[in-house]
Write a protein that binds this ligand. Structure first.
Ligand SMILES: NC(=O)c1ccc[n+]([C@@H]2O[C@H](COP(=O)([O-])OP(=O)(O)OC[C@H]3O[C@@H](n4cnc5c(N)ncnc54)[C@H](O)[C@@H]3O)[C@@H](O)[C@H]2O)c1
Ligand SMILES: [Zn+2]
Length: 353
């Protein structure tokens, strides 16, 4: 899959087995930055890498900061090829964000290859070119746009994900398919059981179709000024759930819950048919981790977090909602009272699961 971007186009390669790593890790003039858990689980794959050219990263939010990015830059400066050097990174979204930022600022850009090893990174974040770092306690406060040169998606990495991380990735997959309308929904109604069993071929197909869907948005609006904002669907709620749970709810699961919340809000406004909302609820309920019920959080805390979301441009609450079937609309007049009612409806639906 080829992705157009203003700095340079890039390619997403779909690989059947992790064998491709051998060539990638042997690239001359490359520093390999690998998620420590991935390194531990797939150690024989990394056995041949020169220790001078290998750096392990603990994928923790507290490590997603400037220090980690600068440490990578420092190790890269030992490579004489400078701007022609490669940064090869293997891991999930945290690894992507830190390495992408480092690859962008060092010499104003070095070559970068990324291997997403979580479903979340593979089905969503690996394209679109966003890099984000946490700063002074604020999540994703610093950021740039910097696309990789190559992305290598290999679904067999997802076999070793914890249930929590796998379900988080499925959250984004279900969100994308809900936005695709009838074909997305009926396809998922058939294939969700296979996805939950991590059937490799089904997971590979859904990863690819999620990226193909996202590609149409990011190619039209690379820098998030227009139509790409629609991809923020479910995220105003999702980011608030991440905040109030102190990140105990993983990003993709928060987005799945946010999808339910946004749809129940559309239902209250008469913008979506009850039948559509129910179909999407039925796809989301099986992928929510236990205890993911909005009733456990104070509404005031959720509203405060929605106000503070960085996508908000003034004091009103802005959200992207589905309207009249599957049209996305950015609305700036979300009322606290309707958020409360929508969340109560989500909790009631969960209770009747
Ligand atoms: N840049 C973007 O566009 C973008 C988009 C969405 C999310 N994000 C960021 O991504 C981060 C979340 O990323 P994530 O959920 O992909 O994962 P992650 O990087 O947070 O990793 C989650 C866990 O999975 C482990 N792991 C990774 N691959 C594994 C594998 N194959 N087998 C077993 N364990 C594995 C990691 O060690 C870690 O413990 C957040 O910081 C979020 O802000 C960035
Ligand atoms: Zn997301």
């Amino acid at each position: 899959m080829n992705i157009k971007a203003s700095q340079h186009d890039y390619t997403v390669h779909f690989e059947d087995s992790p064998d491709f790593l051998a060539d990638l890790l042997a690239k001359p003039d490359a520093l390999c930055v690998v998620d420590r858990n991935v390194y531990r689980l797939y150690q024989p794959r990394f056995a041949g890498v020169d220790p001078e050219r290998l750096m392990l990263l603990d994928a923790l939010e507290e490590n997603k900061g400037l220090e980690a990015a600068l440490a990578i830059c420092e190790r890269m400066t030992a490579i004489p090829a400078r701007r022609n050097a490669w940064l090869v990174s293997v891991g999930g979204g945290i690894t992507q964000d830190v390495t992408g930022f480092a690859a962008n600022i060092l010499y104003r850009g070095v070559h970068w290859a990324f291997v997403p090893t979580t479903l979340l990174a593979a089905c969503d974040s690996c394209i679109g070119g966003k890099t984000s770092l946490n700063y002074k306690g604020f999540k994703n406060l610093l950021g740039t746009f910097f696309p990789p040169d190559d992305v290598y998606v290999c679904a067999s990495f997802f076999e070793t994900l914890t249930d929590q991380d796998f379900l988080s990735g499925l959250g984004e997959v279900v969100k994308f398919n809900a936005l695709m309308g009838e074909p997305g929904l009926s396809g998922l109604e058939t294939h969700l059981p296979a996805l939950l069993l991590r059937d490799p071929e089904t997971v590979r197909r859904y990863t690819e179709s999620s990226l193909a869907f996202k590609k149409t948005y990011i190619e039209q609006d690379e820098f998030d000024r227009g139509v790409r904002v629609h991809l923020n669907f479910a995220h105003t709620f999702g980011h608030a759930f991440e905040t109030v749970s102190r990140y105990a709810v993983a990003h993709g699961s928060a987005v799945a819950l946010g999808t339910m919340a946004a749809n129940h809000l559309s239902l209250l406004r008469g913008w979506l048919a009850a039948e559509t909302v129910e179909r999407i609820d039925r796809l989301i309920l099986p992928i929510l981790p236990a205890g993911c019920d909005p009733a456990q959080w104070e509404l005031s805390g959720i509203l405060a977090a929605m106000h503070k979301d960085k996508k908000q441009t003034d004091s009103r609450i802005t959200a992207v909602l589905l309207r009249s079937g599957f049209t996305l609309e950015i609305v700036h007049d979300v009322q606290p009272e309707e958020v409360g009612r929508a969340l109560a409806a989500v909790s009631a639906r969960m209770a009747s699961k």
